[in-house]
Ligand binder design. Structure first.
Ligand SMILES: [Zn+2]
Length: 257
């Protein structure tokens, strides 16, 4: 099994998005990334980059999104000799556009998503409400995405040997998923997605994000993730931590195995 970290661009914006009590004038760079796992059952993606249309879709949030040509998720996997048709599984941490951007480019992928997240975004789309992720729903309905919802009452699911989806429930968004990967050499890696934006959220004390739908859920999720990472001895990878991300081995440099 090999785990590749794919760099997919960056967001630059107010730090209060990730740390609610930060200085409102402080600006933060948030790396956008995804993971490709080569395993016995095929190829799996965790998240799918940020669509270049994201600034048009969500101008208030994504006005400072940037992506070099090589950051495109297709360029990243093609550089590893992988075709989009070979990706059989996508796990979406949630449906925000900087995580779910290009799922329609993987025609054979089953797309795992939290059932509450999908229900909420479909409802917003049908009601014509402006919300993050809504514009993408139009693309996805056109492309007949093969959704695999994880029910709210299913705490986790091992989808392949050593690869487990974790159900974090509501917090940052309406339904959050994480991924626990148990690599024979590198050990356990727990990808938290935006359930934990960055190290500063963990504390102690836990610091709330400015951008979330449930403060109680956000705190409970961080407590659960921290306890789980401690218990398992897992590395905890945050959703948008610039310092941590700079220390990870990128797909252009190598992989975790
Ligand atoms: Zn998000």
């Amino acid at each position: 099994m090999k785990l590749y970290v794919l760099e997919n661009g960056k967001l630059v914006g107010p730090k209060i998005n990730s740390i609610a009590d930060a200085d409102p004038a402080e600006i933060q760079t948030a790396p956008i990334w995804s993971v490709l796992i080569e395993h016995s059952g095929g190829y799996l993606l965790l998240d799918a980059g940020c669509h270049t249309d994201a600034d048009r879709q969500h101008p208030m949030i994504y006005r400072d999104f940037s992506m070099a040509p090589e950051d495109h998720i297709l360029r990243r996997i093609e550089a590893l000799g992988v075709a989009p048709e070979e990706v059989g599984t996508i796990v979406l941490s949630h449906l925000h556009s900087d995580h779910s951007g290009y799922i329609e480019l993987f025609p054979n992928a089953a797309v795992y998503v939290h059932a509450d997240e999908l229900r909420q975004r479909l409802g917003e789309y049908e009601r014509g409400e402006a919300a993050v992720g809504v514009r993408d729903m139009a693309y996805w309905l056109e492309h007949d995405i093969k959704w695999e919802p994880i029910a709210a009452d299913e705490p986790e699911r091992e989808i392949f040997p050593r690869i487990t989806i974790l159900n974090f429930g509501a917090g940052h968004s309406h339904g959050m998923l994480g991924l626990l990967v148990d690599l024979p050499g590198a050990g356990k890696i727990l990808c938290a997605g935006d359930a934990v934006y960055n190290r500063e959220n963990v504390g102690p004390p836990i610091r709330l994000a400015g951008n979330m739908v449930s403060a109680d859920g956000f705190v409970m999720t961080i407590e659960r993730i921290s306890a789980l990472a401690d218990k398992l001895g897992a590395q905890l990878w945050y959703g948008h931590d610039e310092e941590q991300f700079s220390s990870l081995i990128k797909s252009t440099e190598g992989y975790y195995s």
